[in-house]
Each structure stands twice: as structure tokens, then as C-alpha cells.
Design a protein around this ligand. Structure first.
Ligand code: AMP
Ligand code: GLY
Length: 419
């Protein structure tokens, strides 16, 4: 088979790496790809959001399957466009990707189908939003941009001043463009978080092993929210009882709700969950593999990913058995100084050849004059497997110590949390 993977970050590197292990695959293309992906796939310079360009590329290369990994092209209807041309594509159609693309949609879905989540209201008028926050009188208050905002559209306001500022910036000043012209104000929940990604064909849902992300930029969860600074798998708290609770109250009801709404979800559905004193609740849905969750989940997958993707496309997920390794994984993200605000690019990365026993997934790298250089905020995801999280973490950090580039920073506490 010839497969085209859409995207160019650490998640896509992990997907390409896993697909390359399939005996069925003879050639992988990745658009746009990055410096690390180029070692395994032929990278083609078509932007992940260029729908016409991607359809043309899939046709030109006569690929058998297109795996659309990022949220933007999914929300824009890339899968619909590929299917229209008779090209097999993995990922939800636009009418299902909205589960991530609009928080107002996903909150209303959960309310309608009794799926546990934080209490909320939706506003497109800043005065009304602020009046509601005052009326609730509870802080922190959670303010979320309705649309896609690169994982940065959530503000946890500690007092009324911060809340007013966040509402004003989103609705009146257009901080996130159209994505923030509508906001969701929701109740602040507390408890450990867990990410559970699941394969689904709209009828059957098969959860993957659990993972935990570290969203804040610095150690001890200080600093701004980022796309994710590191992950580990499995979560220490997501036991069999929690899995059963989630399957009954969240996973199956969500799949059924989307199908009942005429929006069958096919692809990977990501459940961002919080284990509260009052049961597990949904914090967010993503319509795709998480980044950097994928970097710790796929290395633990025994089954051929291509077989699973085909089963999803053909709506035969019930017929395939998905197997996982009984081990653990840790991914430490090495980032450019200044991320997630502003940072420089183009610095040479050294030490990549000196590490062994780990897999280095490239997130933001490029090849310049034959050298690997930085080209994004999150640069590398150094991933190690071990019998348990402590063993995996030691291996990952030993490798991180050997890799360097100017202004590099990373968290030193990935996987240390005892929950
Ligand atoms: P999201 O982009 O929706 O995943 O939100 C980013 C992060 O903000 C989450 O991972 C949580 O840590 C936090 N968060 C979002 N919603 C809530 C909430 N209702 N209560 C507490 N924390 C939240
Ligand atoms: N790591 C969170 C996300 O992929 O959205």
C-alpha cells in the first residue's frame, strides 16, 4: 500500500513510524512532514490545510489511503473532499469533527445526552458573559474560546478582573479571531486528568491505553498552557473500574449521540477526562490523535495500525482485536526557549546520533544544509519504553541530556506526579 499522512508534527512522526512497521506498506508520503519524518517518508510540501492541494497529491501519487491527523483540515472537511474523489481517508468528516471544532456544540451534545461534564453557558456578548460570571460568583472561573485555538483558548481566571479581561480579549478584541467570538463559561472542576484516545467506526468504540499530558510550560504545572510538554502512559489512576465507568457513561453514549445526531464519528476520538470526586467528567473532546499522547500510546500498540485504520473505514472495528504491550512509556518534549509565546527558529540540533534505546519523534524540525535544525515551538519528543513509568522516565531523560540546541528547555518532572 501507499499511504499519505497529513501533518508535520511529533504526532505525525509517531504515526508515520508506526505505519512503517506494517508489512502491507511499501511507500509513505507525508505532507508537509518535517526533518525527522523525512527519514521514513517522502515529505511533500503541501500545507496540512490545503484541501485541494492534498486531494491533488493523493491522486498524483495514487495513494491507497490518506490519514488526516491534525484538527484544522478535519474541521475544514478534508476527509469529505477526499471521499468525494473516491479516495479512502481515515478521520472524521467535517460534520463529526465539529465535536472538537466547536466547544458550544460539544457542550450541548453532552447536555442533551446526559454525558457528565462541567456546568456551563455559552455567550457571544461580553457584557452578558461577565454578568453571568458575577452571578455565579465562583473562582476560578473557566473561559473557553468556542473554536480551535491551538490548545491555547482556555483561560482559568482566578478573580473577576482576570475573567473580565479574558472575556473582553476573546469577544471584543478578537484574540483568537472567529474562534473566540463566542465563549463557553464553565464551572471549575478539580481532580487528576487523563487522556483516553479511542478508535471508533461510529458503531464500535475501542479505547487505547490511557495517557497523561502535561499542558503547562514549566515544572510543577507553572507557566502558560502549551500544546503539551510531555506525556506518560498508562495513567496510574485509570484502573479497570474507571474504564468501565467511562465506557458506560462517556465513550458509548458519545458515539451513539453522534450517530443519533446524523454525525457518525469515524476515526480517533480523544476524550480529555477529569476524575472528580463526583465521577469522571469530560473536559474536552478532540477529533484526532493527541499530541504528544500519540508518542506514548502508539509505541505500546502491538496490532498493525494500518489494519485498524482499514477496519474503521470499512466499519468493521468489531471484527479486529487490538492488542497492547504490558509496559509503560514516557515522552519528554524539548522546546524552543520562549514557547508558547515567541521563539526563534533555525538552530542546529546536536546529539541526535548519540542516543540509543529511545525513539526521538520530531515535532518542529527541518533539514538545512544537511543538518537538522529547529523549526517550531515544540521541537522533539524523546520517547522511551520501560517495564514501568520510572524506568521509562530514566531512559527518556538520559537521552534528553545528550541532545541540545540553543535556548532549549524542557520540563524535568514528566511522569513524576504520583497520580
Ligand atoms: P482544554 O483545551 O479544554 O483541554 O483545556 C485545557 C486545560 O484547562 C485542561 O487540560 C484542564 O487542565 C483545564 N480545564 C479546562 N476546563 C476545565 C474545567 N472546567 N475545570 C478545571 N480545569 C479545566
Ligand atoms: N495534548 C493535547 C492535544 O493533543 O490536544
Amino acid at each position: 500500500m501507499k499511504i499519505l499522512v497529513v501533518g508535520g508534527g511529533g504526532r505525525e512522526h509517531a504515526i508515520v513510524w508506526k505505519i512503517a512497521q506494517s508489512p502491507k506498506v511499501e511507500k509513505i508520503y507525508c505532507a508537509p512532514g518535517n526533518g525527522g519524518i523525512a527519514e521514513t517518508a517522502e515529505c511533500v510540501n503541501v500545507a496540512a490545510t490545503d484541501i485541494d492541494g492534498m486531494v491533488a497529491l493523493a491522486k498524483e501519487k495514487a495513494v491507497d489511503l490518506v490519514m488526516v491527523a491534525p484538527d484544522d483540515p478535519l474541521a475544514m472537511g478534508m476527509v469529505d473532499a477526499l471521499e468525494k474523489e473516491g479516495i479512502r481517508a481515515f478521520g472524521p468528516r467535517a460534520n463529526a469533527a465539529i465535536i472538537e471544532g466547536s466547544k458550544a456544540f460539544s457542550k450541548e451534545l453532552m447536555k442533551k445526552y446526559n454525558i457528565p461534564t462541567a456546568k456551563y453557558e455559552v455567550f457571544d456578548d461580553s457584557a452578558k458573559a461577565v454578568a453571568y460570571i458575577k452571578e455565579q460568583g465562583k473562582f476560578p472561573a473557566v473561559i473557553k474560546a468556542d473554536g480551535l485555538a491551538l490548545g491555547k483558548g482556555v483561560i482559568i481566571a482566578q478573580d473577576l478582573g482576570e475573567a473580565e479581561q479574558a472575556v473582553h480579549e476573546m469577544i471584543d478584541e478578537g484574540k483568537f479571531g472567529k474562534s473566540g467570538s463566542r465563549v463557553v463559561i464553565e464551572e471549575f472542576l478539580t481532580g487528576p486528568e487523563v487522556s483516553v484516545l479511542a478508535f471508533t467506526d461510529g458503531k464500535t468504540v475501542k479505547p487505547m491505553v490511557s495517557a497523561q499530558d502535561h499542558k503547562r510550560a514549566y515544572d510543577n504545572d507553572k507557566g502558560l498552557n502549551t500544546g503539551g510538554m510531555g506525556t506518560f502512559s498508562p495513567s496510574r489512576l485509570y484502573d479497570e473500574a474507571k474504564q468501565k465507568e467511562c465506557m458506560e457513561n462517556i465513550f458509548l453514549p458519545t458515539i451513539k449521540a453522534m450517530t443519533a445526531e446524523g454525525r457518525p464519528f469515524k476515526g480517533v476520538l480523544y476524550f480529555g477526562l477529569m476524575m472528580t470526586a463526583d465521577g469522571v467528567k469530560v473536559i474536552e473532546y478532540n477529533c484526532r490523535f493527541g499530541d504528544p499522547e500519540t508518542q506514548v500510546v502508539l509505541p505500546r500498540l502491538k496490532t498493525d495500525l494500518v489494519d485498524i485504520m482499514e477496519a474503521v473505514i470499512d466499519e468493521k472495528l468489531d471484527e479486529i482485536e487490538i492488542e497492547w504491550e504490558d509496559n509503560a512509556a514516557v515522552c519528554v518534549v524539548m522546546a524552543s526557549g520562549g514557547y508558547p509565546v515567541s521563539y526563534k527558529k533555525g538552530y542546529e540540533i546536536t546529539g541526535l546520533d548519540s542516543v540509543d534505546g529511545v525513539t526521538v519523534f520530531h515535532a518542529g524540525t527541518a533539514v538545512k544544509d544537511g543538518k537538522i535544525v529547529t523549526s517550531g515551538g515544540r521541537v522533539l519528543g524523546v520517547t522511551a519504553l520501560g517495564a514501568n513509568i520510572d524506568e521509562a522516565r530514566d531512559k527518556a531523560y538520559a537521552a534528553v541530556d545528550k541532545i541540545s540546541f540553543k535556548d532549549e528547555f524542557h520540563r524535568s518532572d514528566i511522569g513524576i506526579k504520583k497520580y
